[in-house]
Design a protein around this ligand. Structure first.
Ligand code: HEC
Length: 125
């Protein structure tokens, strides 16, 4: 059995702990990685750099690339706000070269879960 030790600050830990207490199964402790796996994100995105339906999460934070917004190309830098919009309003910016297939997750995550997911995605290096 593999055991993963994750070092994190007290603040991060409380986020992680709260996110892991799902309403459906209170007391069940899951990591953010399991949360995004259960939600289906990893059906279309990889964590290890491999190509999938969508861009890999690896090294995503601070990456500059072209998106199509309202039919126009623009270059963006991936930051917190961009990731949040990508999850809640995926149709707003379409990463060039990828299909417009990502569903919106508006209403699926609590604010705390959303923040934890964003922090997690930023950490995938
Ligand atoms: C059905 C496949 C699919 C699912 C499920 C999916 N995505 Fe996506 N996602 C995509 C595709 C394709 C793109 C690129 C096109 C676009 O921008 O919509 C994308 C783009 C993104 C981007 C922008 C990436 C970048 O490099 O600019 C983020 C962030 C993202 N998805 C996060 C998520 C998260 C978090 C989840 C789960 C809550 C998720 N996605 C679920 C297909 C998916």
């Amino acid at each position: 059995m593999n055991t993963k030790v994750i070092a994190m600050s007290a603040e991060n830990f409380s986020d992680w702990y709260a996110v892991s207490r799902t309403p459906e199964e209170p007391g069940k402790v899951i990591s953010v990685e399991n949360l995004i796996n259960d939600t289906g994100c990893l059906d279309c995105h990889s964590l290890d750099g491999s190509e999938a339906v969508g861009p890999t999460f690896k090294g995503m934070f601070n990456r500059r690339h072209v998106v199509i917004t309202d039919g126009k190309k623009r270059t963006i830098t991936v930051d917190d706000e961009y990731i949040r919009r990508a999850i809640l309003y995926p149709e707003a910016d379409i990463v060039q070269g990828y299909p417009e297939v990502m569903p919106s997750y508006k209403g699926d995550f609590s604010e705390m879960q959303l923040n934890a997911v964003i922090e997690y995605l930023k950490s995938v290096r």
